[in-house]
Structures are given as C-alpha cells and as structure tokens.
Write a protein that binds this ligand. Structure first.
Ligand SMILES: C[S@@+](CC[C@H](N)C(=O)[O-])C[C@H]1O[C@@H](n2cnc3c(N)ncnc32)[C@H](O)[C@@H]1O
Length: 233
C-alpha cells in the first residue's frame, strides 16, 4: 500500500498521527474507511499509481486463464480499480467492501460488476458459489487470529469444487524486517507472512509471487483444481 507516499493529505495525516491514532482507535473499522474515502475517492491511488498497477499486473499474471466466464468474488474491492481488471477478462464479478463510500465510487467506474456492502470479518458468504475468490490487502485489519480463521473458513466454504483463493498482502517490517510500517492507528495489524500462515493451515500454494513490499499466493484446498499444478503444502 502506498498511503505514505501519496498526496498532501497523506502528509497532513502523518503529521497528525498521534491524535489520529487515538481517534481511529475508538472508531469502528467501517467508519475509519468511510472517513478515508470521504477525504479522497482514491486514498491509495489505486487508479493512478504505477506501483499499484504493477501489483495488480502480478496478480493478473497469476490468475491468467482462470477468470473468463468464472464466478469471482472480490473481497475488499475499494473503489473498483482491481475489479475493473477482473471484469475485463469476462469473469462474472461480485465485489464487496465494508465501506459504502468506496462502493459508490466502484459502482460508478465499473458498472458491469455486482457490488454489495459486506463486512467479511462479521458476515457470512454463500456456500460453494465462487470459482475464484480474491482478497488483497483486506484481511490485515485485525490481529485476532481466531477471527481470521473464521474468515478463512467462510472463504474456503464459499469456493466451488476446485476453486482457488488469490491472497495478497503487504509485508510488514515488524513481521519480515522489510516492507511497510503500520500507519496511524496501527493498521494493518497483520501482514503477509502471518495471514498466509493461517491460510496454509487449510490450503496449499498453487502459484506465488513475492516483492519487497508484498506477497501474493494462489491457494487451493482441493486436490483437483480448476487449472495449474499444486507446488507445495
Ligand atoms: C487497503 S484497501 C485494499 C483494496 C484492494 N483490495 C487492493 O488490494 O487494492 C482495503 C479495503 O478493504 C475494505 N475493508 C476493510 N475491512 C473490511 C471488511 N471487514 N470487510 C470488507 N471490506 C473491508 C476497505 O474499505 C478498503 O476498501
């Protein structure tokens, strides 16, 4: 995530970090994101940043050939920048986010996807429906591993036979010695290494990619996946 590298309001937020940490600590997660999207329609510059485009390119390379005509769930879709990439392949995309402001922006930019508000930490997912589930930079907003395991189990339950999960997360300096320092309020609380470890309790890696700032894995819990070969367990 490039929150620390973007425009003037990021610099302002950084200067006000101690105060923000207190205020955001009291706010429910949903309202934190509503505030972010109220300040800026694209708080992480997903539609314009070359760095984010490269991360999306990496994810699309891993998903290549697995999307056209498939039912795809995107969790934490933000303002639709990656949703647009998924829709462009001919996939049938359902995209969810906790923030209504984010969804409003996503809907206006990607009319061909189905959007709905959903808190993935608290709400259920339809069983056995999706061939592909995408969750990038959305599962680190808790440090409750039991909660994360619950989300993981619901995501695995939402997969159709042979389905795959694309899991992508920012590396945290605190976990990996490289990567990102949590911004105001200490989010994200979990980084790529710890989130991946929770998913690997039930899933195997089909394909993966690692950069200095993030890690992406395509995971399955099935021995008979849609396409590709299982590499390790
Ligand atoms: C850092 S952005 C990541 C956006 C996109 N997935 C990406 O990787 O470019 C995190 C998004 O997840 C959403 N989000 C955070 N917690 C969520 C939750 N519990 N359920 C659904 N969406 C959530 C936020 O509103 C925000 O749009």
């Amino acid at each position: 995530m490039s929150l620390q590298r973007e425009g003037w309001w990021h610099r302002l937020l950084r200067a006000a970090r101690p105060l923000l940490a207190r205020v955001l600590g009291w706010l429910p997660l949903r309202w934190i994101f509503e505030v972010f999207y109220w300040f800026s329609g694209d708080p992480w510059a997903y539609w314009t940043s070359a760095r984010e485009r490269a991360r999306y390119d990496d994810a699309m390379r891993i998903l290549d050939g697995r999307l056209a005509g498939r039912r795809v769930l995107e969790v934490g879709c933000s303002n639709g920048a990656f949703t647009a990439r998924l829709v462009g392949t001919g996939a049938h995309v359902t995209a969810v986010d906790i923030s209504l402001m984010a969804l409003r922006r996503a809907r206006s930019r990607v009319p061909r996807a189905a959007f709905r508000r959903l808190d993935v930490f608290a709400e259920g997912l339809p069983e056995g429906l999706f061939e592909v589930i995408v969750a990038t930079d959305v599962l680190g907003y808790t440090d409750d591993l039991a909660l994360l395991r619950g989300v993981r189990d619901r995501m695995v339950g939402a997969l159709a036979d042979g389905g795959v999960i694309l899991l992508g997360n920012t590396k945290l300096r605190a976990e990996d010695g490289e990567g990102w320092d949590a911004f105001a309020s200490g989010y994200p609380k979990l980084g790529a290494t710890r989130i991946r470890a929770v998913f690997m309790e039930r899933m195997r890696v089909v394909e993966g990619s690692e950069a200095a700032s993030y890690r992406i894995d395509l995971l399955t819990s099935s021995s008979d996946i849609l396409q590709g070969t299982v590499l390790d367990s």
